[in-house]
Design a protein around this ligand. Sequence first.
Ligand SMILES: [Zn+2]
Length: 156
Amino acid sequence: MSAARREAEIRKHQQKCLNFNGIMNDRCRAGIDYDEQAGGPPALKKLPCLLRMQDPDRAVACPSAHYPTREEAEAWREESSRHIREWAEEVGRGVCPNCKKDGRWRQVGRCVYCEGCGHRIYQGTLPDSKKPPRHEPPPLPFNSRFYDVPGESGMP
Ligand SMILES: [Zn+2]
């Protein structure tokens, strides 16, 4: 991960209020009613929850707006990086990141699912280690008739 991308993610995180929980909810974590605060929908262009979404000409102030400090945003970034590394490491070992079991996985369309817990693990193809064993035909029974060697039949 490049330093520029890390910096961009930290700055983006600092532009999101810590109380924001998505406008599918009526109220944010601080109890602010999104529509009421904005004076009606569409709220996001007026509210300062996501500064990058806000239209400065229609902005309204929020008494509960709280943005992560630089230190909080860096800590969030390190935590999410660690989480992604752990997730990738578990998938690499064939362990489901959801149920933590090394069980069977299944390809469903473009995604890979854990058969144990039913969760989608990732979008992509099933690794070779998780593919069901190929059914090879059983070996043919040994037929000594084909392998008789003169002089070795036990007869003098
Ligand atoms: Zn699972």
